[in-house]
Design a protein around this ligand. Structure first.
Ligand SMILES: [Zn+2]
Ligand SMILES: [Zn+2]
Length: 262
């Protein structure tokens, strides 16, 4: 059995100094690959040196990386950062993001977030790499911006990460071939509706992730999350869908490889 944490922030200050230990623990939990998500200006500037260091720490896990600017950070968009993101998309970044819209927090205004998201959508088409989309209190605008012929005609347009939206939104996204990725939120007591969505998503469109250091699944809820904990979300997903760990882990592994074009 092998797991792929498709979304973690090992560049976050809470995790980065413990990288060696965290990778070791991930390997012990069956995690054989992960994607380190780029989110803020610091990540954009540092990942070209940070990611090779991570890769050298542990040969038993494959470390991938993305390039992009989180909607919270949209106000910091600049020609310098855009140039760096583009050069990373031309080299080893396997996904565009994280990007998207977050109208729950007010870190960047909606009219600042929207053009930055559109820029990421353009890149995903131009470089043919999947979007890694963050969406909070913004499903309507997210769907509106994604509904472009050059996006929804793609084989692998991207991932709605840390999915917490409705079944209808999931259905629309699956229609457009987006992947639906579940985080530790799936294990929270009040996530009843979300668990129904997780039962519905077709095998072909399902992914899992930690979004560490945020959103640790039960039984670690409230503590710092880490890639190894993807195993808890995975275990629950097997129960919900009535699939064996062997079967579901192969499905998820295959989907992760496919969406990132590996
Ligand atoms: Zn996010
Ligand atoms: Zn994230």
């Amino acid at each position: 059995m092998r797991l792929f944490d498709t979304h973690c922030h090992l560049g976050d200050e809470k995790l980065r100094e413990h990288s060696a230990e965290l990778l070791e623990q991930a390997v012990s939990a069956g995690v054989e690959a992960l994607t380190v998500i780029c989110a803020d200006p610091e990540n954009i500037r540092e990942f070209d040196s940070f990611i090779p260091k991570l890769r050298a720490l542990n040969k038993n896990i494959t470390v991938y990386r993305s390039a992009g600017l989180h909607p919270h950070e949209a106000q910091h968009a600049s020609p310098e950062l855009y140039q760096l993101i583009e050069s990373q998309l031309q080299s080893d970044a396997i996904g565009v993001g994280e990007t998207g819209l977050d109208f729950f927090y007010d870190f960047s205004k909606p009219d600042v977030q929207i053009p930055v998201f559109e820029k990421h959508i353009d890149w995903s088409v131009q470089y043919n790499k999947p979007l890694i989309i963050h969406c909070r209190e913004a499903a309507k605008d997210t769907l509106r911006l994604l509904n472009r012929p050059d996006v929804i005609s793609k084989q692998n347009p991207g991932i709605l990460h840390c999915f917490t939206e409705t079944l209808d939104t999931a259905k629309q996204l699956v229609d457009w071939n987006f992947m639906i990725s579940f985080s530790g939120i799936l294990t929270f007591n009040n996530a009843t509706d979300l668990r129904e969505v997780a039962k519905w998503v077709p095998d072909t469109h399902l992914l899992i992730e930690t979004d560490s250091p945020y959103l640790a699944p039960k039984p670690h809820r409230g503590r710092t999350n880490q890639p190894a904990y993807v195993a808890h979300t995975f275990e629950l997903l097997c129960q919900l869908r009535g699939q064996s760990p062997e079967e579901l882990s192969e499905i998820l592994w295959h989907n992760s490889q496919k969406v990132f074009g590996l």
